[in-house]
Design a protein around this ligand. Structure first.
Ligand SMILES: Nc1ncnc2c1ncn2[C@@H]1O[C@H](COP(=O)(O)OP(=O)(O)O)[C@@H](O)[C@H]1O
Ligand SMILES: [Mg+2]
Length: 248
């Protein structure tokens, strides 16, 4: 497997708090790595460092085999990394296709069209709907507001959008936390489809049975340090709880 992103020796302090102490982490193309740990273990801090939203105090990040520094999230995005935060960052009053192209809108009428904001809605809808369909995100109406969709459908729109624009690694922060059982199953299926397209996926989740079902590797953080890294099939819920709490 090709390593997409590799971090070594990451240290991050907030005042007297050592949020991350010498953490190594990697994700390859075509694999799902789950990042688990108790509240405060350092999951969000590590993720923000990997996507350029936070700077480490020490450590290096390699991307595609080369050492890189992402100075901000848009540099990471340009390199092919996308993240879906828990709040999804959808614009509720816009339709799914407009959300899909948020910040990347297509215009018609050439340079003039762009200058006067002449959106190419038809093309955007077509591309977005094809992307939703390809990932089995079923939306009855194209022209509704995103806020009129169910929680599972909104999650689907956010994940499909990120999966479309990501070419390397997709980060998902608690993607199923707010969902019902059936909707959860839909998102798990969606994650698998995205993985099978060859993206690396970093899944932050507290849902341990779900993590065991879907992850190729499970990276356990405890008090800012790597407690264990399990390969698929090497642990069960009990073993995972023990690693997370330090009871093993
Ligand atoms: N911006 C911040 N300022 C101060 N402390 C922070 C900040 N972000 C995170 N922390 C602290 O760093 C530690 C790790 O937090 P976090 O990465 O959010 O953990 P997790 O996502 O695993 O719950 C916690 O002790 C948290 O309070
Ligand atoms: Mg967090």
């Amino acid at each position: 497997m090709t390593v997409a992103l590799r971090a070594r020796g990451i240290v991050k302090r907030f005042g007297a708090i050592e949020a991350l102490r010498n953490v190594d982490f990697e994700v390859s193309l075509g694999e799902v790595v789950a990042l688990v740990g108790d509240n405060g273990a350092g999951k969000s801090t590590l993720t923000k460092i990997l996507v350029g939203a936070n700077k480490p105090d020490a450590g290096t990040i390699e991307f595609g085999g080369r050492e890189v520094t992402f100075h901000n999230p848009s540099e990471a995005r340009d390199a092919g990394l996308e993240i879906v935060y828990q709040d999804l960052a959808l614009a509720p009053h816009l339709e799914p296709a407009e959300n899909f192209f948020l910040g990347r809108e297509l215009y018609r009428g050439g340079r003039w069209g762009k200058a006067i904001g002449l959106l190419d809605r038809a093309t955007m809808r077509k591309i977005a709907m094809e992307a939703f369909q390809a990932l089995n995100v079923n939306l009855k109406a194209q022209t509704c507001r995103v806020s009129d969709l169910s929680g599972g459908q909104q999650q689907g729109v956010a994940v499909a959008r990120a999966a479309h624009w990501a070419s390397q690694v997709l980060f998902l922060d608690e993607p199923t936390a707010a969902l019902g059982v059936r909707q959860k199953a839909g998102v798990v299926d969606l994650i698998r489809r995205v993985r099978d397209r060859g993206l690396g996926i970093v899944l932050i989740s507290h849902d341990l049975p779900e993590v065991i079902e879907i992850a190729d590797r499970i990276h356990v953080l405890r008090h800012g340090e790597t407690a264990r890294v399990f390969n698929r099939g090497d642990t069960d819920t009990m073993g995972l709880v023990a690693a997370i709490t330090g009871a093993s």
